[in-house]
Design a protein around this ligand. Sequence first.
Ligand code: CAA
Length: 381
Amino acid sequence: MDFRIDEEHQELIDLYREFAQNEVKPIAAEIDETERFPMENVKKMAEMGLLGIPFPEEYGGAGMDTLSYVQCIEELSKVCASTGVIVSAHTSLCATPIYMFGTEEQKQKYLVPLATGEKLGAFGLTEPSAGTDSSQQKTTAVLVDDDHWVLNGSKIFITNAGAADIFFILAMTDKSLGNKGISAFIVEKGMPGFSIGKHENKMGIRASSTCELIFEDCIVPKENLVGEIGKGFKYAMMTLDGGRIGIAAQALGIAEGAIEETVKYVQERTQFGRRISQFQNTQFELAKMQANTEAAKLLVYQAACAKDNHEKYTHLAAMAKLVAANNASDVTRRCLQLFGGYGYTKDYPIERMMRDAKITEIYEGTSEVQMMVISGWMGVK
Ligand code: CAA
């Protein structure tokens, strides 16, 4: 067991950090305030290879591992959780299932432009009546004339929706089979009958585009079915296992970013004739936060390494997300308290970080879902 970060990973962390500090941090407050999708930074990340970190070079990726990928999400999320989730949803939820379950033709056609960052990806599972109970899909896909699929229905809360070109979509191909009647499809922006609906005005991660997807007799080529018919639910669950490590890394980054900002602030702010960093309450608060954040980091890295080593990691991803998300909410709330009234204003990033942290307890499976997964793995029934 070796808890040290090797040179190759450290060099990449430095690169991710430099980009995050120089390009992402300066616009983080503005894009939050205006809900502006940071396309200029998405393009820069594409040029740097950050949109295909864990994929082989033959598919346009950087040929790195999951650990390096989550370290990128972590560094981005320290300064801007919106940018973190844009990369996470693109990589974990769209490019990865095409890499895992797609044919060679699908990989050449869709994974390559996703991994190079020429195209942006999104994932469509959630529906108005299929949130946590994700097997209750109402969107249908019917094969017509053995030639093309016709999709009808809608998806909600889809990350990257307004900016994405390629969508990994789950739909019901045989209602009578329950979750075994769900199949997976690749849908492209511009396919007939496919449109983007309501844009959500959110509490946090406001610069990431979250919208509804609408399918009205949407025509999808027959060859865009991914993998085997009826295996879509399994593919979605396996995809989310990986996605949850990405969101855990986002939560980790938010907590680390908040602590960094707070350590700076408490050394500048004086009250009662002393820097507030000199009060034991401040020191103990920050010490607890640092220790808990380090614990979350070990879980996140452990889950990433287990995935890289092709070990079972469903429960590890769930534990990492449960702990890191809870910690992000706790840490940002405590940090804001140390900032006092100033923390409640938009003059400092801490209120944004607190708003951003909350979603990590909700999307890609609520904390309660993570506990269902963990207790199921423990055999507690
Ligand atoms: N890997 C492989 N297979 C899995 C699996 C996994 N991780 N989890 C479940 N399965 C399989 C089971 O083995 C089972 O297969 P069999 O029928 O062959 O035995 C099948 O799937 C059904 O499993 P369950 O009975 O456990 O399924 P369930 O209907 O009871 O649901 C659940 C379990 C954990 C609640 C699941 O529905 C779930 O994870 N819900 C949350 C969904 C979620 O995370 N949504 C977020 C969407 S993305 C997003 O947030 C937005 C974004 O863009 C960022």
